[in-house]
Every structure is written in structure tokens, then in C-alpha cells.
Design a binder for this molecule. Sequence first.
Ligand SMILES: C[S@@+](CC[C@H](N)C(=O)[O-])C[C@H]1O[C@@H](n2cnc3c(N)ncnc32)[C@H](O)[C@@H]1O
Length: 380
Amino acid sequence: MKFQGQCAVEEKLEFHASAIAGTEEVLCDELRELGLPSVRFNRGGIPFRGSWQDGWRACLQSRIAQRIHVLLARFPAPSPAMLYTGVQSVAWARHLTPKQTFSVNAICRGSQLTHEGATALKVKDAIVDQLRATQGLRPNVSEDPDVRVFLYLGNDKAALYLDMSGEPLHKRGYRRETGEAPLRETLAAALLRMAGWDRKTRLLDPLCGSGTIAIEAALWAANVAPGLTRERFGFERWASFGDAEAQALREMKGQLRGARAGQTPRIIAADSDATVLAKAQLNARAAGVKLAFREQSVLDLQGDDQPALIVTNPPYGVRLETEPLFPRKVMAAFCRLHGWRVALLAGAPAYAQEMSPRPRLRVELLNGDLPCEFLLYDIP
Ligand SMILES: C[S@@+](CC[C@H](N)C(=O)[O-])C[C@H]1O[C@@H](n2cnc3c(N)ncnc32)[C@H](O)[C@@H]1O
């Protein structure tokens, strides 16, 4: 693998798209649909291969990936010395000049090196020593680094990556204000795909908070690449990202902007709290999407003859206070919506217990650190 300018080399690189636990299947579907090469299903994150431009495209277009990493090297690392040698096998000057800053994160699983902090420090030393020896100067570490290095050490085998995303990809840049317990944008996008939304059916989030689910739905329906609202990605700060790369990235963004769809379905964002609803309106404006807003309690929802899909994230008493009977009342309200489909991210078993039809799909996933479940119902 050669790493010169990112445009110059068209060799197959190996990428890894990380996912929120439980969303790997929909991430895999999404990356395949985007036409990225050699996408493989893997629990814990989805690998694919391709050119640098494929990596950029994944950063710009994936709605579900948390981060995109590109592989630099694999080597055995059962000891600190072998880890050091393996890290020094990479020509770091291609990615990092001594004037830039960097950071190292490490995850160790089933390996002799167990201390993630000490392992990351060893990687850092190997990088710094190489650059000092070849260039006479060393780069500094920073909390807002130009280059993020990531080491995964599993069963004494190291995989060393650069993080192309920089800030995690859920930080789209449109969310100016949040209510309490906002959902990550990547998780909201995953819920929409898990719900099987066809991007044509009317969609409602009756407990919308800062509007994340409805905004992600509107961006998807309009075929707007989620990365277009980001200021920049990590790879734009690397030593290998020059004028030719900047021009190629501008062209790629121009093509994506041109792919915006004209017609979109009605997407409704409702919440009983007017202050929160005002935040959702602000966020939708920042994202450049049009939603219908309603100040309404979910308990007053009425069905109609038109089919609709609800995708929502009701409060569940861990991050937000709710009265004990709230899940029962919400599920009773949903049961009145004959012929509708309801998808919810529930943080408490109370929601599933209160619904008599069994969910057609039930998936365990993590919302931040909170174990949750995704429930999908077709209301008879
Ligand atoms: C977990 S938050 C939703 C977070 C949202 N998904 C986001 O990304 O910001 C739950 C929301 O339910 C709203 N809520 C609570 N009781 C409600 C009710 N009876 N009807 C409608 N909304 C309600 C709260 O105001 C809060 O915004």
C-alpha cells in the first residue's frame, strides 16, 4: 500500500466503518447501496475496500457510520517492543509533519497488552521517535488533533488505522439547539432504515425533541448527503491532503449537491413542549429541510385512512423523568392507529410489555451507554 497524495494513488485501501452496537446490519446495507466496493458484514463495524475517494464518499454519504478508518498496517504485537517496531514500519511523514498535532487511541481485546493508555503511549512514542530521527523535530499531541491514530489490538494482532472522520460523523453541524436526551444523528438514521421506511410514506415523530429523527428523514428523502453540512473532515487536515485533493473533494461535493431530490413526503415533528419544538424548528432550518411542526401530546394522536409511519424515541425515566404509567398510555395511543407502522427506540421494557401484538422486529442496541431496544409494530 502506498500513501502519497490522496488523489495520486488508486490502489485498494482497506477501510473500516464503525457503527453503534446493534446498527451494523443497516450500516452494511447502506454502504452496499452507496456502491462502495467489497463491503462485508461484520459485527462491531463494517469493512470495505477501495480508493481514497471511496473513503471520502463514505464520510460524506453514510448516514449511519460513526467513523471511517483507513488501515495503515497489520502486525503481531504480543509485547511493547513488537508494537513499537510495527508502528515504526509505517512512513509517518506521509501523514504527519512535525508542525502538526496528533492523538492516539487504543482498544485492547484478548491480548497480552491490556492497558489501553500505556499501549496508546507506546504507539505515540514510536511515531514521535521516527519523525524526530528523520526530520529533527517532533509533532505534539493535542485534544483537537490534525491526525487521529487508532490502534485495535485483538488477540495480540494489531491493526493500525488513521481516522478519516475527525469529529465523529454524527456531528453533522446542523443541530444548533437540543432538548434533553437528544439522539445521535447516526442512530436516528439507523432507526429509519430499521423501520423499513421507503422515503415516500408520510412520517411522524410525535415525541420529536430537537427533531433529530424528522430532520434525518427529510435529508434522506431529499437525497442530501449528510456530510455536506459539516465544516470539514479529519482527512482534510492530513499532510497528504493538498490542493489537488481539495479540488477533487469540492467536485465530489458539487456532484452530491446536484443529486438533491425535488419531491419529498410529508414529515411531521410533534412534541408537547413548545420550547423544545422551537429548537427543532431552528435545527431544521439549519439543516435546510422543511418539516411540518405540531405542538401536541402523543396521547392525543388520532389515526386516519392514509398510511403513515411513526419513528420515535419516547422518554424512559433514565435521562428524562416520566410518570410510571406513561409507557402504557403511549402504547395505547399507538394501538388506535389502525394500519399504521410504529417504530420506537425504547429504553425501558415497559414499552414492549404494554403492547399486546408482538413486535415484528426487536433489536437490542446502545443509545450512548444506555442499553435500549428497537421495536417495530404493524398496528392491525
Ligand atoms: C427522549 S426525548 C426525544 C429526543 C429526540 N429524539 C431528540 O433527538 O432530541 C422525548 C421527548 O418527548 C417529549 N414528550 C414528553 N411527553 C410528551 C407527550 N405527552 N407528548 C408529546 N411529547 C412528549 C419531551 O418533551 C421530549 O422532547
